[in-house]
Design a protein. Structure first.
Length: 94
């Protein structure tokens, strides 16, 4: 499953106004350059954590995540659920 597509789907589900949002083009993009504010990040990462079954105590205190790759690596390290598609992953949090 493509993590960029998953991240984009979660952002679009969590953020009602996408005016400033810039879809990531690669995994090296700085999270600070995506047009999301701090509340957006909290919602997106809470959703990703819940989706992947990451325990709250881990999901609530991630290390500093600078790039999309950092976020993926954190999720991959702690996830207990995996999905074959973005659609399947999004269904898990509906």
């Amino acid at each position: 499953m493509d993590f960029i597509e998953l991240f984009d789907a979660v952002v679009r589900d969590c953020k009602p106004m996408l005016d400033d949002y810039v879809k990531p083009e690669n995994m090296d993009v700085e999270l600070a350059n995506l047009g999301l504010d701090s509340l957006d990040y909290v919602l997106v990462f809470m959703t990703l954590g819940d989706m992947h079954g990451i325990p709250e105590e881990i999901a609530d205190s991630p290390p500093e995540l600078n790039t999309l790759q950092d976020a993926k690596d954190f999720i991959d390290e702690h996830k207990v659920r995996t999905f074959d598609s973005v659609e399947e992953a999004m269904e898990a949090v509906k």
